[in-house]
Design a protein around this ligand. Structure first.
Ligand SMILES: [Zn+2]
Ligand SMILES: [Zn+2]
Ligand SMILES: [Zn+2]
Ligand SMILES: [Zn+2]
Ligand SMILES: [Zn+2]
Ligand SMILES: [Zn+2]
Ligand SMILES: [Zn+2]
Length: 1755
C-alpha cells in the first residue's frame, strides 16, 4: 500500500435501522432480562461504535447533532424508559413535581462568572453566592466582595454553615414542603423505581468508570467487544503543560499534513479537552503520525503523549462521558435519585477498602485527560457534594485517600483546577466536616505530614535546605504549597466548643506542625562576609515563600489555642519543649563570658553576630512568643500565674535567637553586611514586610518583651549591649575615645548601631498595642496602624489595606475603625479618594512606631513637624501616651529607670554636650530624648493613677535623673545635662523637645510635692518656635527656588545644545536667514496674530461683501532654531507639526467596510461619514528646513536602534511618525503655513447666479473639449466658444516659493498615505481631493464637539486647534497649485455637475447621497483652479463662492426634506404660517410633485421649517468655520458667546437671508429646474423606497455605548459570552468595544484573524471594521480600558468604574463592588471624540517603555 493513503470515510450511519428502533420495546425486554448488565452491554457493544465513530478529524456541527440525537434515542432513551417505567419526559416531570428539594442552591460557576461573598457574614472567603442568590439575599446591603470565578465551585446559598447570618436567599428559603435534611429522600420514591434505579445506576456508572480508567488501546472490557471489528484507529494526542501552542501546531502540520488552521484548531481542542484525535485510519497510518509527533517533540523534553487507539475504544470512552453527563442530568430531577447515585458510587466493591466506583475514579484522577476529569468532577459536585449525608461519607473517603491523591497531584502536570484534590475546598471549609475529619481521620496531622514528606531537601541538622534546588523540585515545591491551602481551610473557623477528642487531635496536629517548624528553625543561616563579596547570591526565596504561606496558619493555630485554656497551656508546653530541643546545641562550646558594669554582673554566651552563623528563620521561638502573649491574656495569668509553665526555659535563652536576628538587621543597616549581596537585603526587607512581619519581626519584639519582663532590666540591657557589640563603648570611656579616633567607617557603624539599639529599647518598652502585652483590644491595634500610616500622608483605601496585615479571612479590620480616625476626601475626575487623619489623633503619633521603615519615619517626621508648625504649635514630637501593660509584662517599665539605661542616656547626652568629636549623631540624641520622655510620661501616669491611700509610686525617674552620673564618665546628672543642652546652638532642632522634657520634670515635681494626683498639666507652647518656623520656611522657599533654577538651566542647556547643532550643520542658511530677518524688521510689523479683531458692523465671511483677509503680517518663531520668520508666500516655508489619522468618530454606518484603496473615489462623500481623515496639531511651528533636519536625525537614530535591536520607540518612523521636538506630541507630518487670502476686489461685478452658471458651463465645455482633444487627438468637433478672457492655454504663476510648494506637496502626500495606506504617488489625481477631505472632516468634527459641549462657535477653541484649522484651510485652498491643472479641473467639473446636472451622469451620486459640507469645501477649493484661467477680470472668485453656497444650501434643504421628515412630524399645528413656513411647504410640495407617494404627506409648515432649520444648522456652522479660516474674517460678536441670536448672526455672517427659503424663492425658475433634475436621479426614488441606509439630519453625535451602573452586571454578561469561533467555549478575555458594544474574544488563538497578511487578535481585527484601526475597549475580567491604534500601539487606561473608596480596581484584585463614574466615562468619551486616543497612547508609551513591548496586535 502506498503511504499516501487518503483518510478513510466514516461508516455511513445505518439510518433505517435506527429509525425502526424502539426504546420502549428495548426497555421492556430488559425488564425481564435475567442478567440486565449483560443485555445492556450487548446493546452498547453493538450501537456505541456505530454511533460514535467520529471518523476523520473535523466533525461538523450537523454531524455532531446527529450523533447526539442517536445517542439519546438509541442508547439513553431505553435506559430512561426502563428506569421510569413510562414515557421519560412525563416520568421525569412527575419525579420533579414530587421532589422536595434541599435548600442548597449548588449552582456550579462558569469561568469568569461573578461570585459574591459577604465580608460580614461569610464563614470564610471561600463561601460565595451566585448572582441570582446574592441579589435575593440580605448580603447585598452588607459590605461584600465581588470576584470572578475561575470555574468549578458552587454557590453556597442554603448552606447554614457557610453563613453567620442570612444563609438563604429569597428563592432558597426553606418552605414547609421542603424536606427535613435528616429524612431519607429515597423513601419518597416508589419502591420499584428505587430497585430499577439501583441496578441501572450501578451498571451504567460501573460501565463509565471502567472505560474512563481503561488503559488498553486496542481491547475492550468483557462484554463490550464489537460484533464486527474493523481496522479503524485514531491517533490520539494528549495535552501536557510542557509544550507550547506553537510547538504543537508546528508538529501537527508536519505529522498529519494539515493546514495551519486545522493545526490551530487541534491544538486548541487538545488544550481545552485534554486530548484530541488528529488522524483516523488504519493502524499503520496512525502509527506513522504518532512516530513523527514523538520524534519531533522528544528532542528537548519529554515527547508529547500520543496513543493509537482502536475506534471502538474511543467510541465507548466518548459514550462513558455522555453517560456521566446523563446521570448528572437525571439526578437533578429528584433528590431521591441523587441519593441512590451517591449510594451506588460509594458502595464498597468486592476488593474491599477503596474499591468503590468513586474511589476508583479519584485514584485514577491523574491518569485521566482533562475533559474526562472535568465531567466526573462536575458529577461529583452535582451528586455527593449536594447531598449532606453523602458529602460526609465522601469527605471521609477523600481524607482517607488524601496522601495518595496529593502525591498523584504533585507528580501530575495539570493545573490544580483539573485535579480532584481541588475539591478539598468544598469539604474542608465546612466547619462541621473539617472538625469531624480532624477527629476521625486525624486530618490536620495527615495534611502536615504529607506536606513535610514532600519537602525532602534537608541539611545535616534536618533543616530544610532549598539551596540550588532544580527546576523540577521548584515545580514540586510550588505544587506542595496547595497543601498549606488545605490546612488553612481546616483551620479557618475556630471551634466554639472543644471535645476531648478534638483537643487530642488538635494537639497531635500541633506536634506535627512543630516538627515542621523545627525543620525551618535556623534554616538558610548567613555568615558575614568580610574581605570579598559573596560569589553567588544564595537562594532565599523558597524559604520565605514557605514562611509567607505558613504565616496565616501560624496565626490561626494561635487563634485556636486561645479559645481553650487547657489547649493553650498544653500547646505552650509543647512549643517550649520543641524550642528546648532546638536550643540543645546553643550553650555548647566555649565558656560563657561575664559582663560587669556599674555594679551589675551577668553571664552570657560568647557569641558575635558579626562573626558567626545567624538565621532569620525562627518560627518555633516566634510561635512561643505568640503563645506567651496569649497566656498573658488568660484568666490563669492573673489568677494563678504559678500554674503557667513559665520559667522552664531561662529568659536569656528565650531572647537569645530573636535578639541575634534583630542585631543582624541593625548591622545590615549599619552597612556591616554589604558584601553579602542582595539576598540578605531582600530577606531583611521581607522580615519587616507586612506579609511576614506578624509572625517574624513583631514576634521577635514580643519575645524580647517576654524575656525582659522576666529578667533584671540591667541584665537585659547588658546582654542587649553585648549582642550589639557595643558593651565596651559604654563600659569604658577610653574605648569610646579610641573609637572616636579610629577610622570613620567604624565610627559611623557604631553610631548606627547605637541608634538601632536605642530604637530597639524604645520598642521593647513602648510597643504595647498587642492584646496581652498591653491592655488593649484588637481594635486599638488596627487603629494605631492606621493613625501611623496617615501620619505619613493622606492615603487611598487600597494603600491602607496594603499596609495592614490580613487575617485568614482576608480582612484587616480597617473598616471598623477608619471612620473614627480619618475623614474621607472624594476623588476628582482623575484622582482617587483619600483618607486624612482627624486632627484629634495627632497626639498619638509615635515617631518610633515599630512598623515604620526608615523612609517612612523621616517622611512622617517631616509631615508632623510641618503640621505642627502650621497649627502654630511647637515642633516637639514627644512620645504618645501609652496604654497600661498587662500584669505579666508590667515589669517592662522598669527598663526606663534602670541604672543601665540611665547610664546610656547620660553617656549620649554627655557626648552631645561636647559636640566636637563627631562620635555621636542627632538621631541618637533624639532617641535618648524620646526615652526620657517615655519615662516621664510613665511617672506622670503612675502619679495620676495612684490614689491617696495607696501612695507608693515606685517609679521615680525624676529623682534618679537628678543624681550625678556614675560611670563610665563621672559627669553631671541627666537633668543637668539636659539643661545645659537646652540652649546649645547646634541643637536647635531638638530645642522644643528638651523644653518639653524640662517642663514635664517641673510638672512632676509639683505633683509629687502636692502628693495629690488630681491636677493635669497642659503644656503651653514654648516661646521662640515661631521664629524657627519662619526660618525654616524661608530655607524651604530658598531650596525650591534653587531647584527651579537648576531645572531651568538644564532645559536651556539642552535647547542651546540643539540650536548649536543646527547652526553648525547649517551655517550658511542661518547667516542668510539672519540677514533676511534684519531686513524685514526694519519695516514695522503690526498685529502679529491674525486672530480675533474686534467685531465691526455686520461681518461677512463669504461673497463679494466679505471683509478681512487683510494684508496682516504674521510673524512666527521656529521652536528649533528660535528664529522669527514672517509667513509669506515667497518666503522660507514654516510648518506646523501635525498628526493625520483616519477616523470613524462621526460615522453613522459602522457596517461599511474600509474602502478599497485602489478603487476608492473620494470626490463625493456619503453623508454617513463612515470614514474620515482628521488632522490635529500641537501648534508648534518650525522652519521646514529645521524640521527636515530634525526628522532626518530621528531616522538615523532609528536605523541605529534597529541595528542594535534594543529599545523601542513609541512612534513608527517608517510611517513618517515623530514626536514634536518641543512637547513630544505624536506627529506624522507637517502643515505648511500660508499667508491669508487677499482682500476682495471690490471693483469687479457680481454676476447673477444664472449668469455665473452659464459662464461656468461654458468654461466647462471649453475645458472638456480641450482635454478630449489632448487625449484622443480626435476629430475636431464643433468647438464650443470659450467665454471671454478664458484661456485654456494659460499657465498661472505660482504664488509660492519652491520650499513652500514642497511642503504643500509633503502634507498632501501624507494625507494620501494615511487615508489610502498606499505609497505616496503624486501623480494620483486623488491627492488634492484627500487634502480637501481632511479639511472638511476636521471642521465638521470640531463643529460637532463645540455644539455638544455648548461652546460658542468662535473663540472657545484652544490656540493650537485654532492654528491648526487656519493653516489646514489655507493649505487646502492652495493645494491645487501643486497638482496638474487638469486634475483639479476634472474634479471641479464633476462636483459642479452634481449641483447643476445636465444629463444623467453615471458617476454622479444623487443628492441624497452627498455630504453637503464636503461638497461645499471641494467645490469652493477646486473652483480656484478654473478661475485661475479666467483673465477677463470682470468677476471675482468671491461671488462664485456665494453662488456655490446658495446652490448647496438649496440642495441641502432638498436633501433634508427628502430624508428627514416623517409622518410624526405631520401633527397639525397650522397657525397662520409665516413666510418661511409657507415657502417650506411650497418647496416640499414641489418635491412631492416629483416623487409622489415616496414622501409622506406633511401639512404643517411650522413643523417642516423647524425640521429644516434644526437639520441645516450644523452645516451652516461648519460652513461659517470654513469661510472664517479661508478668508480670515473676524467672527461677529454674537458667535463668540453661546446664547440666543445664533441663527441670525450665522446667516448674516454667511451673507444669507435669515429666511433661507428666500435663496430658493429668489431664483425660483432656475431652482425648480435644478430640483427637478436632482429628483430625477433614479437613486432618489430607490433610496426613499428602502434601498439602503438613509442618513437623517441633523446627524446625531456618536457616543460611547451605555455602561451598566453596577460592574458585576458586565461581568455577568461577559461570563455568558462564548467564543464565536470555538463551539460554545468560554472566552478567556471577553472584551467590550466601547464604540459599538460588540463583545470580543480577545487575546486568544481561537479568534485570531488575518489582516493584511498578519495574524491579529480579535480586538485589533475589530478596530479595522469599527474604528478604522483605532479602538477603545473594556477588558471585562481585568476591569481595564484598552486603547489600540494600528497593529503595534496601545495602552491601558483607568476604567470608569470606582469602588466606594473612590478607587479603580484594575485587574479586579480587591473585589470591592464597583460602580460607574459617569464623569470619568464622559472624559474617555471626550478623548475619543476629540481624536485624542492616539496621542494618549503615544504619551503613555513614552512614559512607560514596557508598554511598547506588549504585543498589542494579538489582543
Ligand atoms: Zn445560588
Ligand atoms: Zn439562593
Ligand atoms: Zn452579610
Ligand atoms: Zn528653524
Ligand atoms: Zn508640540
Ligand atoms: Zn475565541
Ligand atoms: Zn466596535
Amino acid at each position: 500500500m502506498a503511504a499516501a493513503e487518503p483518510d478513510m470515510e466514516p461508516a455511513s450511519a445505518p439510518c433505517s435501522e435506527f429509525l425502526n428502533f424502539s426504546a420502549k420495546d428495548t426497555a421492556a425486554r430488559w425488564l425481564t432480562a435475567v442478567d440486565l448488565q449483560q443485555d445492556v452491554f450487548r446493546h452498547l457493544a453493538v450501537y456505541v461504535p456505530r454511533i460514535l465513530c467520529l471518523g476523520p478529524t473535523g466533525v461538523n456541527s450537523r454531524e455532531e447533532q446527529r450523533e447526539e440525537l442517536a445517542c439519546q434515542l438509541l442508547l439513553l432513551a431505553p435506559l430512561e424508559w426502563l428506569l421510569l417505567g413510562e414515557e421519560p419526559a412525563a416520568g421525569l416531570a412527575r419525579l420533579q413535581e414530587n421532589n422536595q428539594p434541599s435548600p442548597l442552591c449548588g449552582h456550579v460557576f462558569k469561568v469568569g462568572e461573578p461570585t459574591y461573598s459577604c465580608r460580614e457574614c461569610a464563614a470564610d472567603p471561600t463561601c460565595v453566592l451566585c448572582m441570582q442568590c446574592f441579589l435575593g439575599s440580605v448580603h447585598k446591603d452588607h459590605r461584600y466582595r465581588m470576584t470572578t470565578s475561575g470555574g468549578g465551585g458552587f454557590c453556597d446559598c442554603g448552606d447554614s454553615e457557610a453563613w453567620k447570618k442570612g444563609p438563604y436567599c429569597q428563592k432558597h428559603t426553606p418552605t414547609d414542603t421542603s424536606r427535613d435534611t435528616e429524612e431519607d429522600p429515597v423513601a419518597q420514591l416508589p419502591a420499584d423505581v428505587v430497585a430499577r434505579c439501583f441496578s441501572i445506576f450501578s451498571i451504567m456508572l460501573r460501565y463509565a468508570v471502567n472505560l474512563l480508567t481503561w488503559d488498553q488501546e486496542d481491547e475492550l472490557p468483557a462484554g463490550l467487544k464489537p460484533p464486527d471489528r474493523a481496522d479503524t484507529f485514531y491517533c490520539m494526542l494528549f495535552n501536557d503543560e510542557v509544550h507550547t501552542y506553537e510547538q504543537v501546531i508546528y508538529t501537527l502540520q508536519k505529522a498529519v499534513n494539515c493546514s495551519q488552521k486545522e493545526a490551530v484548531s487541534f491544538a486548541t481542542t487538545v488544550d481545552r479537552e485534554g486530548r484530541k484525535s488528529v488522524r483516523y485510519g488504519d493502524f499503520q497510518f496512525c502509527e506513522q503520525a504518532k512516530s513523527i509527533i514523538v520524534r519531533n517533540t522528544g528532542r528537548q523534553s519529554k515527547p508529547l503523549r500520543v496513543q493509537v487507539m482502536h475506534s471502538s475504544v474511543v467510541a465507548h470512552q466518548c459514550f462513558a462521558l455522555k453517560t456521566l453527563t446523563w446521570l448528572g442530568q437525571i439526578i437533578q430531577y429528584s433528590d431521591g435519585l441523587r441519593r441512590i447515585l451517591c449510594q451506588v458510587g460509594l458502595q464498597q466493591g468486592p476488593e474491599g477498602e477503596n474499591s468503590s466506583l468513586v474511589d476508583r475514579l479519584m485514584l485514577n484522577d491523574s491518569k485521566m485527560w482533562k475533559g474526562a476529569r472535568n465531567i466526573y468532577h462536575q458529577l461529583l459536585m452535582n451528586s455527593l457534594l449536594m447531598d449532606l449525608e453523602y458529602k460526609k461519607i465522601f469527605a471521609i473517603q477523600f481524607a482517607k485517600n488524601y496522601e495518595r491523591l496529593q502525591s498523584d497531584y504533585v507528580t501530575d502536570d495539570h493545573d490544580r483546577e483539573f485535579s480532584i484534590t481541588d475539591l478539598s475546598v468544598q469539604m474542608f471549609t465546612v466547619p462541621s466536616l473539617a472538625r469531624m475529619l480532624m477527629v476521625e481521620q486525624n486530618l490536620m496531622s495527615t495534611i502536615i505530614r504529607t506536606f513535610v514528606d514532600h519537602l525532602r531537601h534537608r541539611d545535616l541538622q534536618g533543616r530544610f535546605q532549598f539551596d540550588r534546588y532544580t527546576a523540577q523540585q521548584a515545580f514540586k515545591f510550588g505544587r506542595v504549597q496547595s497543601l498549606i491551602g488545605d490546612l488553612k481551610y481546616v483551620l479557618i473557623s475556630r471551634p466554639s466548643e472543644w471535645t476531648n477528642q478534638l483537643r487530642l487531635k488538635f494537639l497531635e496536629g500541633l506536634d506535627a506542625f512543630l516538627e515542621l517548624l523545627k525543620c525551618m528553625q535556623g534554616m538558610d543561616p548567613v555568615v558575614r562576609q568580610v574581605g570579598q563579596h559573596i560569589e553567588m547570591e544564595p537562594e532565599w526565596e523558597a524559604a520565605f515563600t514557605l514562611q509567607m504561606k505558613l504565616t496565616p496558619i501560624i496565626s490561626m493555630i494561635q487563634e485556636w489555642c486561645c479559645t481553650d485554656e487547657h489547649v493553650l497551656i498544653e500547646a505552650y508546653r509543647r512549643c517550649l519543649s520543641a524550642l528546648s530541643q532546638c536550643h540543645s546545641g546553643l550553650p555548647d562550646g566555649e565558656q560563657p563570658i561575664s559582663l560587669n558594669l556599674a555594679g551589675h554582673c551577668v553571664e552570657t554566651f560568647r557569641y558575635q553576630v558579626s562573626q558567626e552563623k545567624v538565621s532569620i528563620h525562627l518560627p518555633v521561638c516566634r510561635l512561643l512568643a505568640g503563645l506567651h502573649v496569649l497566656l498573658s491574656r488568660t484568666e490563669v495569668a492573673s489568677r494563678a500565674p504559678e500554674q503557667l509553665p513559665l520559667g522552664e526555659l531561662s529568659p536569656p535563652l528565650l531572647i537569645e535567637l530573636p535578639l541575634r536576628c534583630l542585631v543582624l538587621c541593625a548591622q545590615v543597616h549599619a552597612g556591616m553586611w554589604r558584601r553579602n549581596g542582595f539576598s540578605l537585603i531582600n530577606q531583611i526587607y521581607y522580615y519587616h514586610n507586612v506579609k511576614c512581619r506578624v509572625e517574624m519581626f513583631d514576634k521577635d519584639i514580643n519575645m524580647l518583651q517576654v524575656g525582659a519582663s522576666m529578667m533584671d532590666p540591667n541584665h537585659f540591657l547588658m546582654i542587649v549591649m553585648s549582642r550589639f557589640e557595643l558593651f565596651h563603648i559604654f563600659s569604658s570611656a577610653d574605648v569610646r575615645k579610641r573609637y572616636r579616633e579610629a577610622n570613620k567607617d567604624v565610627v559611623q557603624q557604631n553610631n548606627t548601631l547605637i541608634e538601632e539599639m536605642l530604637h530597639l529599647i524604645i520598642m521593647v518598652i513602648g510597643e504595647r498595642y498587642v492584646s496581652g502585652v498591653g491592655q488593649v483590644a484588637p481594635f486599638d491595634e488596627v487603629r494605631r496602624e492606621i493613625i501611623h500610616q496617615l501620619s505619613i500622608r493622606r492615603m487611598a483605601h487600597s494603600e491602607l489595606v496594603k499596609a495592614l496585615p490580613e487575617n485568614g479571612n482576608k480582612e484587616t479590620g480597617l473598616e471598623r475603625v477608619i471612620d473614627s480616625v480619618a475623614s474621607f476626601k472624594e476623588p476628582g475626575v482623575t484622582g482617587r479618594g483619600l483618607y486624612e487623619l482627624r486632627p484629634e489623633w495627632n497626639k498619638h503619633f509615635n515617631l518610633y512606631f515599630h512598623h515604620y521603615s526608615r523612609a517612612d519615619q523621616s517622611k512622617a517626621e517631616e509631615a508632623q513637624r510641618k503640621l505642627r508648625r502650621q497649627n502654630g504649635e511647637d515642633t516637639a514630637l514627644p512620645p504618645p501616651p501609652l496604654p497600661p501593660l498587662s500584669p505579666l509584662f508590667a515589669s517592662l517599665v522598669n527598663l526606663l529607670q534602670c541604672d543601665m539605661l540611665l547610664a546610656i542616656e547620660g553617656a549620649v547626652l554627655q557626648w552631645a554636650v561636647e559636640p566636637s568629636g563627631g562620635g555621636w549623631t542627632e538621631s541618637m540624641l533624639q532617641r535618648v530624648l524620646h526615652l526620657v520622655g517615655m519615662a516621664l510620661l510613665e511617672e506622670q501616669q503612675q502619679l495620676e493613677n495612684s490614689s491617696i491611700d495607696d501612695d507608693i509610686v515606685t517609679f521615680n525617674y525624676t529623682c534618679k535623673i537628678t543624681r550625678p552620673g556614675e560611670s563610665p564618665s563621672p559627669s553631671g546628672s541627666v537633668l543637668a545635662l539636659l539643661e545645659s543642652l537646652q540652649n546649645a546652638p547646634h541643637l536647635e532642632v531638638h530645642k522644643d523637645m528638651i523644653t518639653w522634657i524640662l517642663k514635664m520634670v517641673t510638672n512632676i515635681k509639683t505633683m509629687r510635692e502636692r502628693t495629690s494626683a488630681t491636677s493635669s498639666y497642659t503644656m503651653s507652647p514654648g516661646a521662640g518656635q515661631e521664629e524657627t518656623a519662619r526660618d525654616r520656611d524661608k530655607a524651604e522657599r530658598k531650596r525650591k527656588a534653587e531647584m527651579a533654577r537648576l531645572r531651568r538651566e538644564k532645559i536651556m542647556a539642552q535647547m542651546s545644545e540643539m540650536q548649536k547643532h543646527f547652526i553648525n550643520e547649517n551655517k550658511e542658511l542661518f547667516q542668510q536667514s539672519l540677514e533676511e530677518l534684519e531686513a524685514s524688521t526694519s519695516t514695522a510689523a503690526h498685529s502679529s496674530s491674525p486672530g480675533l479683531v474686534p467685531p465691526c458692523v455686520s461681518q461677512v465671511c463669504v461673497g463679494p461683501r466679505r471683509v478681512g483677509g487683510a494684508d496682516q503680517r504674521q510673524l512666527v518663531t521656529c521652536i528649533l532654531c528660535q528664529e522669527e520668520q514672517e509667513v509669506k508666500g515667497h518666503g522660507r516655508a514654516m510648518v506646523l507639526a501635525a498628526f493625520v489619522q483616519r477616523s470613524t468618530v462621526l460615522s453613522k454606518n459602522r457596517h461599511r467596510s474600509l474602502p478599497n484603496p485602489e478603487r476608492y473615489d473620494p470626490v463625493f462623500q456619503h453623508p454617513d461619514l463612515s470614514l474620515g481623515i482628521y488632522t490635529a496639531s500641537c501648534g508648534h511651528i518650525m522652519h521646514a528646513t529645521c524640521w527636515q533636519r530634525y526628522f532626518e536625525a530621528v531616522q538615523v537614530k532609528e536605523q541605529r536602534r534597529q541595528q542594535r535591536l534594543r529599545g523601542h520607540t513609541s512612534y513608527d518612523v517608517e510611517n513618517g511618525e515623530f514626536l514634536c521636538p518641543l512637547c513630544e506630541c505624536l506627529s506624522n507630518t507637517v502643515i505648511p503655513l500660508l499667508p491669508s487670502t487677499p482682500s476682495p476686489n471690490n471693483s469687479v461685478d457680481h454676476p447673477s447666479l444664472e449668469a455665473w452658471i452659464n459662464t461656468t458651463n461654458q468654461q466647462i465645455a471649453t475645458l472638456h473639449s480641450t482635454y478630449r482633444r489632448q487625449t484622443d487627438g480626435a476629430a475636431e468637433e464643433a468647438e464650443p466658444e470659450a467665454p471671454e478672457g478664458f484661456r485654456v492655454d494659460f499657465t498661472p504663476q505660482s504664488s509660492f516659493s519652491s520650499s513652500i510648494s514642497e511642503m504643500i506637496n509633503t502634507f498632501s502626500l501624507s494625507t494620501y498615505k494615511v487615508t489610502l495606506k498606499l505609497n505616496p504617488n503624486d501623480a494620483d489625481p486623488r491627492v488634492p481631493v484627500l487634502s480637501w477631505f481632511t479639511c472638511a472632516y476636521t471642521i465638521q468634527s470640531i463643529e460637532r464637539l463645540l455644539m455638544d459641549e455648548d461652546k460658542p462657535l468662535f473663540g472657545s477653541l484652544p490656540c493650537r486647534q485654532d492654528d491648526c484649522l487656519s493653516s489646514l484651510t489655507r493649505f487646502s485652498s492652495a493645494c491645487w497649485t501643486v497638482a496638474p491643472l487638469k486634475t483639479t479641473h476634472t474634479h471641479f467639473i464633476r462636483l459642479f455637475k452634481a449641483l447643476v446636472p445636465d444629463s444623467q451622469d453615471e458617476n454622479t451620486p444623487c443628492v441624497i447621497d452627498i455630504d453637503m459640507l464636503h461638497l461645499l469645501v471641494y467645490t469652493v477649493l477646486s473652483y480656484s483652479s478654473v478661475k485661475s484661467l479666467d483673465q477677463c477680470g470682470r468677476s471675482g472668485v468671491d461671488s462664485a463662492h456665494l453662488h456655490i453656497l446658495h446652490l448647496i444650501i438649496v440642495a441641502h434643504m432638498v436633501q433634508i426634506l427628502l430624508t428627514s421628515t416623517t409622518e410624526d412630524v405631520c401633527m397639525d399645528q397650522d397657525s397662520g404660517g409665516s413666510e418661511e413656513e409657507e415657502l417650506t411647504c411650497q418647496l416640499y410640495d414641489t418635491l412631492r410633485k416629483h416623487l409622489g407617494s415616496a414622501l409622506p404627506e406633511v401639512t404643517s409648515g411650522w413643523q417642516l421649517w423647524r425640521c429644516v432649520k434644526a437639520a441645516i444648522l450644523p452645516f451652516l456652522r461648519a460652513a461659517a468655520l470654513f469661510f472664517h479660516y479661508l478668508n480670515s474674517t473676524a467672527p461677529p460678536a454674537d458667535l463668540l458667546v453661546a446664547g440666543p441670536g445664533q441663527w441670525e448672526a450665522l446667516c448674516s455672517y454667511l451673507s444669507l437671508p435669515c429666511n433661507l427659503l428666500q435663496v430658493y424663492q429668489s431664483q425660483h425658475t432656475l431652482m425648480e429646474l435644478l430640483i427637478h433634475r436632482w429628483c430625477c436621479h433614479p437613486d432618489v426614488r430607490r433610496s426613499l423606497q428602502g434601498g439602503g441606509v438613509i442618513v437623517r439630519f441633523p446627524r446625531e453625535s456618536n457616543r460611547l455605548i451605555d455602561l451598566p451602573e453596577d460592574y458585576s452586571v458586565l461581568i455577568y454578561q461577559a461570563s455568558s459570552f462564548t467564543c464565536p469561533r470555538s463551539g460554545g467555549d468560554k472566552s478567556r478575555a471577553p472584551t467590550l468595544c466601547l464604540v459599538c458594544g460588540a463583545m470580543l474574544c480577545s487575546q486568544s488563538y481561537c479568534c485570531q484573524t488575518e489582516v493584511d497578511g498578519e495574524d491579529v487578535g480579535a480586538c485589533t481585527a475589530h478596530t479595522f471594521t469599527c474604528g478604522a484601526g483605532l479602538g477603545l475597549f473594556l477588558r471585562v475580567r481585568e476591569s481595564q480600558v484598552l486603547f489600540v491604534a494600528g497593529k503595534s500601539k496601545g495602552c491601558f487606561y483607568p476604567p470608569p468604574y470606582l469602588d466606594n473608596y473612590g478607587e479603580t480596581d484594575q485587574g479586579l484584585k480587591r473585589g470591592n463592588p464597583l460602580h460607574l463614574c459617569r464623569e470619568r466615562y464622559r472624559k474617555i468619551e471626550r478623548l475619543w471624540r476629540q481624536h485624542g486616543i492616539a496621542e494618549v497612547i503615544g504619551h503613555a508609551q513614552e512614559a512607560n517603555h514596557t508598554l511598547i513591548t506588549i504585543d498589542w496586535q494579538h489582543l
